[in-house]
Design a protein around this ligand. Structure first.
Ligand SMILES: C[S@@+](CC[C@H](N)C(=O)[O-])C[C@H]1O[C@@H](n2cnc3c(N)ncnc32)[C@H](O)[C@@H]1O
Length: 627
């Protein structure tokens, strides 16, 4: 349950009118159900408990990597009076796609050791991998726009007066969001539409290649930060050879001057007939069409995170719209590109993402970049399992006896057949839709006045699961006063079922002098996934006749480990990673943030006696062992 709700608007002082409070119920973009979000806006942003899980580097208080939803992160920032000076977001695009993470099985250290002893060369075996769903980007337009409206409203509450916001989208939904942004930030604060152009093509397509994304740039006020940038285009390089430039996109009487001492250029400038723009060796003032290549699969910055954006893109945005020491926030941070570039450019950063994979990827990326920050977790109920997609997939299988039932509307997840009570319809909130995550009066009203009257007469009970509830007493009172049918409504907390089923991995180890040696690693969750994959491969072999691609795991299971971290400072509370090793997909080790060309040998050395061990498996689940 949220601790409290943080208002989206400034509190109105008695007798004083605040413009926002007048305009807040007026919607500009008209679409079905666009009023639904207003209840939530009027209620405020839910503020949840926040836990600092780890401090990396010096006790840096301002840099944050937050696991949680954008709206709940904004509630936390607003409550703590933390303002941000620049926002870049690259939210789901409503692309209809499901994004997956490829999980690579690492090299078995025992095999590496044996091969090295025999002085044989290690075969560069084909990487063994399987996929796991990370997040879905499937929306209906109305739900997406309501969700986006709420996010933009929340972000606005934490922007400083000189802040800008850049929203990265594409042809799927960009044009609608542009209008939402007019509504939230004001048309007068629209600064530009940036086109990010890249080369990419598919063979044999029957339409034009889609080669650009759009980035909408708005400011909070007209006092926004702007640092002019310059670029040398290919075209410009050719023209430089002549010593000066004429034309170049400034209309027929425009003049772009490269060398003002050039006699011909001097004469033209002196004629006073032209609008003159000086281009220096750094090029001409940057335009709003940016040619930046997609990240090459072999590039150093490439991390296995689908939808990862190039550092160059963020470098431009951050340089244009912020100065050193300002706070740069990305509330849909993904691979952590914004935080990484902000740190490189001596800015502070706030990275937020709902998925645990994003937090782990970003944390490791920032450790390698030598950044200092804290990792925080918002207890908003979505952190169960690694991400909401997986949580949703799991939920149905965790409710005993739940079966799909065609005769009732698909509002219900299914029914339980109870010998005493008969058929019990069960409602489960959709974690992917923030509109249904919180059980409030609006949702209860929909259930008792919209859904329950449609159920067959014989039904005597329904079960309503919730992830979060506004106020249980108030909800029960509302049900009592408004339910017009003899039916029992049982309210149940979904988190309780999920909490009970979290299984941790098992680690067997021993300590020799200043080394912790891992003997065995057992991850039932991963073995389950790998068995599923092997079954699929077997079925494929039968249907295609091709060689079966199985994944075999050794008895020791060390190839299922991605990271080992030792806390030698404290037995409880915030994690201190005093020693850590991370094994990349090819089996090379990164030690305390420094990449090496060594294969992992199953050991981790320490200077001070470890008090806790944290092991992360290749899918990202972490287990902690207290020594
Ligand atoms: C397109 S990706 C961002 C990619 C990122 N710009 C990069 O370069 O790596 C969108 C991200 O938004 C996250 N996300 C989805 N819904 C969210 C929400 N309500 N709050 C915060 N993050 C969310 C997803 O987990 C995903 O990592």
């Amino acid at each position: 349950m949220a601790i409290k709700y943080i208002p989206y608007f400034k509190e109105t002082i008695q007798g004083q009118a605040i413009l926002d409070n007048f305009t807040r119920t007026k919607r500009v973009l008209k679409y079905a159900e666009n009023d639904k979000v207003l209840n939530r806006i009027n209620r405020g942003m839910p503020l949840y408990e926040v836990e600092t899980e780890e401090i990396v580097g010096s006790k840096e208080k301002e840099n944050m990597v937050i696991r949680g939803e954008c709206v709940s992160a904004c509630a936390y920032l607003k409550e703590n009076n933390i303002k941000v000076d620049l926002v870049y977001i690259d939210p789901p695009f409503a692309s209809g796609a499901d994004y997956a993470k490829t999980i690579y099985v690492r090299r078995n250290p025992k095999v590496v050791e044996a091969v090295e002893k025999a002085e044989e060369k290690l075969e560069d075996e084909e990487l063994r991998s399987f996929e796991e769903k990370m997040y879905g980007d499937v929306w209906n337009k109305e739900a997406y726009l309501n969700w986006m409206y709420e996010n933009l409203m929340a972000i606005k509450t934490v922007m400083s007066e000189t802040a800008s916001i850049y929203v990265h989208l594409d042809w799927h939904i960009g044009h609608y969001v542009k209008i939402l942004m007019d509504e939230v930030f004001g048309e007068e604060n629209f600064i530009d539409e940036i086109i990010w152009h890249y080369e990419k093509w598919t063979a044999g397509s029957n339409m034009l290649q889609k080669n650009h994304d759009v980035i909408y740039w708005y400011s909070k006020s007209n006092e926004f930060v702007f640092n002019e940038q310059r670029e040398v285009t290919e075209n410009l390089k050719k023209k430089y050879e002549n010593g000066y430039l004429i034309g170049g996109g400034y209309g027929s009487n425009g003049l772009v001057v490269y060398d003002e001492n050039n006699p011909k250029a001097k004469k033209l400038i002196n004629s006073g007939k032209y609008k003159v723009v000086y281009a220096n060796t750094e090029g001409k003032p940057l335009s709003d069409v940016w040619d930046i290549p997609f990240i090459n699969p072999m590039a150093n910055e490439r991390i296995d995170y689908s939808t990862q954006k190039p550092e160059k893109l963020l470098e431009r945005i951050i340089k244009i719209s912020s100065n050193e020491n300002m706070v740069i926030a990305d509330f849909f941070g993904g691979s952590g590109v914004t935080a990484k570039v902000a740190n490189d450019l001596n800015r502070k950063f706030i990275h937020c993402d709902v998925g645990v994979n994003s937090i782990e990827t970003t944390r490791d990326r920032l450790v390698e970049a030598g950044a200092s920050f804290k990792v925080m977790d918002i207890k908003d109920g979505v952190n169960l399992y690694r991400n909401p997609v997986q949580t949703m997939e799991k939920v149905k299988s965790l409710i005993p006896g739940l079966k799909e039932e065609e005769s009732i509307s698909n509002f219900w997840a299914g029914v339980i057949n109870d010998s005493k009570e008969g058929i019990i319809p069960v409602y489960i909130p959709n974690l992917m839709d923030s509109g249904t995550k919180i059980l409030d009066i609006v949702l209860v009203n929909k259930i008792i006045n919209g859904e329950i009257p449609e159920l067959e007469d014989g039904i005597r009970k329904v079960i309503i699961y919730y992830i979060d509830i506004t106020d249980k007493k108030e909800v029960k009172k509302f049900v009592k006063e408004n339910l017009r049918r003899d039916i029992e409504i049982e309210l149940k907390d979904l988190k309780e079922i999920l909490d009970e089923t979290v299984v941790t991995d098992i680690l067997e180890y021993h300590i020799e002098k200043k080394e912790l040696i891992i003997d065995k690693f057992i991850s039932d969750r991963l073995i389950g996934k790998i068995n599923e994959y092997n079954e699929k491969m077997k079925a494929q072999k039968v249907s295609t006749g091709k060689k079966e691609k199985r994944i075999e795991i050794s008895d020791e299971g060390l190839e299922l480990i991605e990271m080992v971290s030792l806390d030698c400072t404290s037995k409880k509370g915030t994690w201190n990673s005093d020693e850590e090793i991370k094994i990349d997909k090819k089996g090379y080790v990164t030690k305390n943030g420094k990449k090496t060309k060594e294969f992992w040998d199953g050991k981790i050395s320490f200077k001070k006696k470890p008090l806790r061990i944290k092991v992360r498996n290749i899918a990202g689940d972490e287990s902690v062992i207290i020594l």
